[in-house]
Ligand binder design. Sequence first.
Ligand code: ZN
Ligand code: FE
Length: 241
Amino acid sequence: MTVTATAIPMLTDNYAWLLRESAAGAVGIVDPAEAEPAIAAIEAAGGKLDVIFITHHHGDHIGGVAALVARYHPLVVGNAADAHRLPKLDVPVREGDLVTFGNTTAELFNTPGHTIGHIAYYFADGGVLLPGDTLFSLGCGRLFEGTAEDMFSAFQKFARLPDETLVCAGHEYTASNAKFALAKDPENAALQARAAEITALRVAGKATLPVTLGEERLTNPFMRAPTAAAFGALRTAKDKF
Ligand code: ZN
Ligand code: FE
């Protein structure tokens, strides 16, 4: 069995991700910001929705949940510790839990930083990582609630995953992240190549995601930060960039 993820553009620069599991035919969606584009994608995929996976409580990640629950009656999965500010959870989860999806499971990680209760999902079958607003291509989420140390430790969890892992992040921020990354690491040939690819993709109106974790290890200054202090200094610089 395997899990595949397809980006569904939402709002101005959000992506929800449609998940399909091949053995049992399960269908899931991650972080539906709005209902309409989610429904269009679900109908095109067969018209059923088994699971909604939530990474964090921000409106641009949960705005479509209520309408999808009313229409498809999926199970809603999210962080038990954040249940007070999430839509009603059918499956409240904690780090170390395995979440059932069709005949497979997702591992989940606590990834605080952007918010305290932020979590990420990882499907070893298919190598799909859903980092929400923690890891972006060439960047990382803003530190609204947690510290640089929090987010650095979240990145260390991603660093253990295989190179071929597909990073299915919550926003199309890649082009602006590339500008900052190039300013910090101008001699990095892999980054230069990725920046050119990003420009071409955006000109063609295409998504820059998913990207592999191996590519991010070569190009993302936040993935390459050796310490929490270095990570924090980069995040502060990016806030002012
Ligand atoms: Zn957010
Ligand atoms: Fe967001």
